[in-house]
Design a protein around this ligand. Sequence first.
Ligand code: M4M
Length: 235
Amino acid sequence: MLTNTICKPFPRGPALTEQLLCTEEGTTYDCTQGSSMPNYKLTYFNLRGRAEISRYIFAYSGIKYEDHRLEGADWPKIKPTIPFGKVPVLEVDGVIIHQSLAIARYLARESGLAGQTPVEQALVDAIVDTMDDFMMLFPWAEKNQDVREKAFNDILTNKAPDLLKDLDAFLGDNKWFVGKSVTWADFYWDVCSTTLLSYKADLADKYPRLLALRDRVEALPAIAAWIQKRPKTTI
Ligand code: M4M
């Protein structure tokens, strides 16, 4: 019964999404969506791009959200209405959060995917930032296709090997990048490497441990279901 329930937020994970109330050490946690769950609306283009990491976290945690995908034609109209004029943005009960990694980190904390201790959290952030620094080297907005392709090939051929070598060494023989459980750093590796491999299929062939990590992430049931159901886009 909800009478006398202490409305304490509970870290949501896939095992808990089916449960409405759970009791632990004398406290009843309210896991009901509705009263305590904010309304979430994620706005981006119809791409994986910089929103996909947040979509993975939503999928894994089972948190309901609106996956709003802008039509290119609507963008000039919408851009001036968005603080800082860039997507993705996440609306949380009317509060607009910008910056893809700030959004994802917030969702990761809410979902228990941010790391188990402050040091683990810092390591998770560092791995995410390392991958993001690399992804931001690509001239995504370059209009000249010849220039774009040459730059992409140069980064994939000459800069990716160092990143992969370091990521592989950091992972070692561990199951996940940081700690004993999956974090959003593992998700971000899957998100980024999916796009990198679409440009260069043999990119990580020398790193079977990094490829096996991709397989582990993609085998998580909620992530496998999301990958099946998501709109198919090139990037
Ligand atoms: C990125 N597709 O796919 S774009 C990172 N970055 O839609 S700025 C990790 N500050 O083609 C995984 O433009 C995948 C992606 O406005 C990714 O960073 C991706 O100049 C894109 C696109 C852009 C993009 C980006 C770079 C500069 C700006 C904004 C966004 C990324 C990723």
